[in-house]
Design a protein around this ligand. Structure first.
Ligand code: ADP
Length: 169
């Protein structure tokens, strides 16, 4: 049977840290569903719309048939059930991520006993990277060429002139 994992998040925008996690997950599952969450996104106030994020992620993984991109509204457990998977992947960058992630994992397990959350650590190069930092640096005129892939840079370039035509580092 095909092993599938869901990687849920806001992905506003997807960073090289997220991509690194997807590659790691693909070493032990056959398919990763990168799932853009509606709700948490609204609370955070987004830069890119959900359809824009989905399109960007699809472009990032255009050459990786084992990655599927989806969006979901409502509870992660309901979406996982709908997809027919028990496996959720999340990233731990630093101790600061732990408390929230641990709380979420246990709450999700309470909602659905069979749901397992698997935590992956990114390559150390990406352990400081977050989508909110990328948004902030881009908005303030900074260089994010080392933080995101070409499709993300292109999308950021449409918002911020200093990034127009920028190539990834
Ligand atoms: P959140 O809304 O929880 O911040 P994100 O969309 O930013 O969600 O990220 C989704 C998941 O990816 C979270 O588990 C987060 O810890 C993880 N993540 C984000 N950035 C990185 C990174 N640079 N390295 C590893 N994991 C990351």
């Amino acid at each position: 049977m095909k092993r599938m994992a869901i990687y849920p998040g806001s992905f506003d925008p997807i960073t090289r840290g997220h991509e690194d996690l997807v590659s790691r997950a693909l070493t032990f599952v056959d398919e990763v569903v990168v799932a853009v969450a509606h709700r948490r996104t609204q609370a955070k106030g987004g830069l890119f719309s959900i359809p824009e994020r989905v399109a960007i992620i699809e472009e990032v993984f255009a050459d990786e048939p084992r990655v599927r991109v989806a969006e979901f509204d409502g509870l992660l457990v309901d979406f996982a059930r709908q997809l027919g998977t028990h496996m959720v992947v999340r990233g731990l960058r630093a101790v600061s991520d732990f408390e929230y992630e641990f709380q979420m994992a246990l709450m999700n397990r309470q909602l659905w006993r069979e749901l397992e959350t698997i935590f992956l650590a990114p390559d150390a190069r990406y352990s400081y990277l977050s989508a909110s930092l990328v948004r902030e640096i881009a908005a303030l005129g900074g260089n994010v060429r080392g933080c995101v892939s070409a499709p993300v840079l292109r999308a950021l370039g449409e918002r911020y002139p200093h990034l127009a035509g920028a190539a990834p580092e």
